[in-house]
Design a binder for this molecule. Structure first.
Ligand code: BGC
Length: 372
């Protein structure tokens, strides 16, 4: 009987801590009187990237006196809207939101703003609204530039086959990543070092150093992965099926993030006509770090989510305490210049995995095999 009561008590405590057991909602940080000070909305639990952010938020939250609740939208703008409404009803003073769909989120943040909530766009910029107070982000153009540079640095001669992939067109970051990569790749496409093999839209503008939003949209529309591993895999398979052996050999692949990079890399690795491939990624997800160690993914861009989560929480706390939040740049979201705090990124290859990710305390060496 005692054991049973202890179990019930334990279960009750666990359920209270995870926001009453709803699987898409998590993490209440020391909530006082049911009120929540800071509401955090993240896009999905199904990608390791956002679990990294959740874990880093949790460690920042544990050292604050403010109550915080994190909700996940599970890839749905409708859930996201409900999440924001739920948090507004709980009296949040600050909303930190990473949007599922940059444009669709505008109405939710406008509702928050109307309720007197300060809105911080997190990692992904919400577009076409004047309801944003701040944007906390990595330097996404430099993420794309780092990817482009990696491919350029590893190419010699001319005529190297280049396969381009992009993120979801509903995510403003997909544009920034592609723009950054194009900044570096385009001169090397123009001089013949690379030949684009899988995008007629990119080929049509390959002599242009700067692309318009519409031109970027056309390319992204053609080579989008939608941030989806399966979509990335089937696109890569279709591209390699329609390519000739001469379009393969030593190949260069711009993959927009780690999840899609692993899918695409597996497809290229399985093709007998691909003798060697170089492929980019970002997020330093554990599975991709292992791929990098094993030589199956060439690089990943490390975006230290400890910094981003801490920056966003510190900004929220400054707002609550009536202090000025620190920003260092602005981002235009189509309607306004949003004051932003931007964090630099680090390129990780086999050569610096240990110093960048293990020695910095981001991951434990025991999470990986074959680490030198
Ligand atoms: C983030 C990336 C992430 C991607 C897919 C982007 O907005 O910046 O880190 O891999 O979304 O979730």
């Amino acid at each position: 009987m005692k054991k049973f009561l202890a179990l019930v008590l334990c279960l009750t405590m666990v359920l209270t801590m995870v926001g009453c057991g709803s699987k898409d909602t998590a993490t209440s940080g020391g909530s006082k009187s049911g009120k929540v000070d800071v509401g955090i909305v993240l896009p999905t639990k199904d990608e390791p990237r956002w679990i990294q952010d959740q874990e880093r938020f949790e460690s920042v939250i544990s050292s604050t006196d403010y109550s915080v609740e994190v909700l996940f939208s599970q890839g749905s703008s409708a859930n996201e809207k409900t999440n924001v409404e739920t948090l507004i009803a709980k009296g949040i003073k600050v909303l930190i939101i990473c949007a599922q769909d940059a444009a669709a989120a505008a109405s939710s943040v406008e509702a928050a703003k109307a309720a007197g909530v300060t809105v911080i766009s997190y990692d992904r910029l919400i577009t076409d609204t004047d309801a944003l107070d701040y944007y906390v982000t990595f330097d996404s153009i430099s993420v794309g530039e780092a990817m482009g540079k990696y491919l350029v640095d590893n190419a010699t001669g001319t005529g190297n086959p280049l396969y381009l992939y992009a993120g979801a067109a509903t995510d403003n970051n997909a544009f920034l990543f592609f723009e950054g990569a194009w900044n570096i790749l385009q001169p090397k496409i123009a001089d013949g070092t690379f030949v684009i093999k899988n995008s007629s839209e990119a080929v049509a503008v390959q002599d242009q150093a700067k692309l318009t939003r519409d031109q970027l949209s056309a390319i992204i529309g053609q080579v989008t992965t939608n941030w989806d591993f399966n979509e990335a895999k089937s696109k890569a398979e279709a591209h390699l099926t329609s390519a000739t052996a001469a379009d393969k050999g030593k190949t260069y692949i711009l993959a927009p993030n780690d999840g899609t990079a692993r899918s695409i890399a597996d497809v290229f690795a399985a093709d007998a006509d691909v003798s060697e491939y170089f492929i980019t990624g970002q997020d330093s997800e554990k599975a991709s770090v292992q791929y990098v160690i094993d030589g199956k993914q060439s690089m990943t861009v490390f975006k230290d989510t400890r910094t981003l989560a801490a920056d966003a929480m510190n900004m929220a706390i400054s707002v609550i305490e009536g202090k000025t939040a620190t920003t260092d740049t602005t981002y235009n979201n189509g309607v306004e210049d949003v004051a932003a705090k931007q964090t630099p990124v680090v390129v990780v290859t086999k050569d610096n995995v240990k110093s960048a990710l293990i020695d910095s305390g981001y991951y434990a060496a025991s999470d990986f095999t074959g680490l030198e």
